[in-house]
Design a protein around this ligand. Structure first.
Ligand SMILES: C[S@@+](CC[C@H](N)C(=O)[O-])C[C@H]1O[C@@H](n2cnc3c(N)ncnc32)[C@H](O)[C@@H]1O
Length: 265
């Protein structure tokens, strides 16, 4: 195999080997979800998390962002807290924990008789130094225009009011809710041949937030290719690695379909 990694391609390769082929400081953004706690059957592939974090730090550009989507399993009634271990390890190799965000799953089946149904995963946002880019996503506000707004209470305890302007939109919070499953995560039926995809919109929202057109987006464990597809649609360069040839074929098919759709429209 040629030793160079080209842009806009998916590689069936262990991500550590793949990243070793990338030059230092060559990636702007990573949006990925690792296998954790053997929660899915990934055909028994090994997952050397410590080396992955180390290689990620090497390939990220200064100011680059790694979005790491991870949850926890329950073993013998005990949450594993693998997510926290990962976050602490990333901090240990030199990343800043820029934010701890929540991926809320809008539709989850009831799962535990003695606890509330888990409906979220963490989205750790690690940065290599100060983030280079932040394009905040906005949402429309319910009220806008001029209103009498309360301001600082003084020592007399009386609330003062003054005319102020409520904006038309505000920046999102760091809890992002998504519908999951067919029609929620994606409408690509083929993607569901992979057991653990995340929503296209989740990948897209991070891509828009932390990168600009033309930037290099890597998913070192790309599975069905969700991040790569959303990078392509949003005019970023992408690189995808997955150790499973079968998953890479799914990813390539989704990317082909996406290109066909964009030509047709
Ligand atoms: C949670 S899934 C990612 C799913 C992806 N975000 C999507 O939307 O389809 C994790 C992926 O990591 C892959 N994987 C596990 N160990 C790997 C390794 N050492 N190198 C590359 N990929 C690996 C698995 O094959 C699996 O597809």
């Amino acid at each position: 195999m040629d030793n160079r990694i080209e842009m806009d391609r998916i590689y069936a390769i262990d991500c550590i080997d793949g990243m070793k082929k990338l030059p230092a400081e060559s990636v702007d953004l990573v949006v990925t979800s690792p296998p954790y706690d053997d929660i899915r059957d990934y055909r028994g592939y090994s997952f050397d998390f410590e080396s992955i974090a180390f290689e990620l730090f090497r390939v990220m550009k200064k100011g680059g962002i790694v979005v790491w989507v991870v949850g926890d399993r329950i073993r013998n009634g005990n949450k594993t807290l693998t997510s926290f271990n990962h976050a602490l390890h990333f901090q240990g190799v030199g990343f800043n924990v820029h934010d701890v965000m929540i991926y809320q799953k809008k539709n989850t089946p009831f799962m535990r008789s003695n606890a509330y149904t888990n409906a979220f995963e963490f989205m750790f946002v690690f940065s290599k130094g100060k983030p280079r880019i932040f394009n905040p996503l906005k949402t429309k506000t319910k009220r806008n225009g001029l209103e009498l707004l309360p301001f600082n209470k003084k020592s007399d305890g009386v609330n003062k009011k003054a005319l102020g302007e409520l904006k038309m939109e505000k920046t999102l919070t760091n809890i992002w809710p998504y519908a999951v499953g067919l029609g929620g995560s994606t409408t690509d039926r083929i993607a569901f041949k992979h057991p653990a995809i995340f929503p296209e919109k989740l990948a897209e929202d991070h891509i828009l937030s932390w990168s600009n057109p033309g930037d290099v987006v890597l998913d070192p464990m790309c599975g069905s290719g969700t991040t790569c597809k959303m990078a392509l649609i949003n005019n970023r360069r992408y690189i995808g690695f997955d150790v499973s040839t079968e998953y890479c074929e799914i990813a390539e098919e989704r990317l082909r379909q996406s290109l066909t759709d964009s030509v047709a429209s």
